[in-house]
Design a protein around this ligand. Sequence first.
Ligand SMILES: NC(=O)c1ccc[n+]([C@@H]2O[C@H](COP(=O)([O-])OP(=O)(O)OC[C@H]3O[C@@H](n4cnc5c(N)ncnc54)[C@H](O)[C@@H]3O)[C@@H](O)[C@H]2O)c1
Length: 411
Amino acid sequence: MGYVGLPAAIMFGKAGHTVHGVDINTALVNSINKGEIGAEEPGLRDALAEALANDRLSVSETPSAADVFVIAVPTPINDDHSPDLSYVVNACRSITESLAAGNLVVIESTIPPGVTVNTVAPVLEESGLKAGGDFSLAYCPERVLPGNVMAEIVGNDRIIGGIDSESTNRAAELYRSFVTGTLHESDATTAEMVKLAENTYRDVNIALANTIANISESVGVSAWDVVEMANKHPRVDLLKPGPGVGGHCIPVDPWFLVAADETSSGLIQSARSVNDGQPSLIARMALTVADGVASPRIAILGAAYKPGVSDARDSPTAHLVRVLSEADAQVTVHDPQVKSFTPSLTENVVDAVTDADVIVVMVAHPEYDVLDPARLASHMRARSVIDTSNILDRDVWTGAGFDFHRYAEPN
Ligand SMILES: NC(=O)c1ccc[n+]([C@@H]2O[C@H](COP(=O)([O-])OP(=O)(O)OC[C@H]3O[C@@H](n4cnc5c(N)ncnc54)[C@H](O)[C@@H]3O)[C@@H](O)[C@H]2O)c1
């Protein structure tokens, strides 16, 4: 019943199915049953209220008998970057008691290639039933964009890959009940590869943009101009450079391809290393800008993993804070959208920058477009600012007395 599972449960309910949501997190189960979820995802709270009022959704901690089981549990990586499939295995094992002949099981979690056939099917078969023979099994990855989930879960095209053609057909029929995008039918392992190819494409593209940015800096030109003008080519679509890549998808999923074939995945491993290195690069920039001040005070604006979201999981700011703290800098962090973070967030921007030597804007939240540098300057010990995402107006900030630095742009 997380980011992916709850909206899916609601949409299945809206389409006329009776849905029983399951989560091992008791606090989450209780708040969903009371309709008390955060308002961060537009439309989700109202849709939940409607599903509860219409008796289309009930939520508990234990699975029960059903026609269809949909699994959307986390698939993180271990410290050595190998896939952690324990949640998927445990969730599958938890339904073996309830699984019956004629059921359909769908995996929505992002998983390494081959896992539906080689890991999920054998675990479900602990029920005594045969995958393909007694029950159907399909992989159907999710592609929603946080912040636009309720629209994308309906409108996006989806890939449906069964372990046999009957599984594919049954899963396609199920998703056709609420998806208006095209359903592309395939097999389970191809569908797993498609999902990983999508997120790896984005990771490698961002790593290329960051590499172009770092080279542009050495050459003494603005990478922002280079990327913008390169994208005027009809067949070029570079993503934006920036302070790194975070969240629970793009920095994680490429490692599933590395685990599948370490020898062939050199480019993917390089991209991971480039993007993971960006926060350290910004930290070095901040320490250089602080110009030898002992224990410099650095105010970081933005903790989310990307603009416009409240999710700070594995964000570049978390890495930046670690590197700066190791270098004995004193750090404050502000974010207008994130609720909790370590170290704890300073509630307003003025408090965050008070007595600071350097401001580092890490996230292009819309709230940071409208900062008043003159007001902030009067509270600071020294006046330097680093814009990592090309959102601040250089003239306005220098006009307010700031020593202005933009990542990937000559000074
Ligand atoms: N968040 C996204 O935007 C997104 C997009 C596409 C794909 N995915 C993939 O979807 C999957 C789920 O991601 P998420 O962001 O929804 O994660 P999440 O952490 O928000 O939610 C997962 C939920 O599963 C619950 N859970 C764990 N083990 C369980 C079990 N055995 N039984 C029942 N519930 C259990 C957790 O308590 C949690 O509430 C991951 O594989 C992720 O990579 C996520």
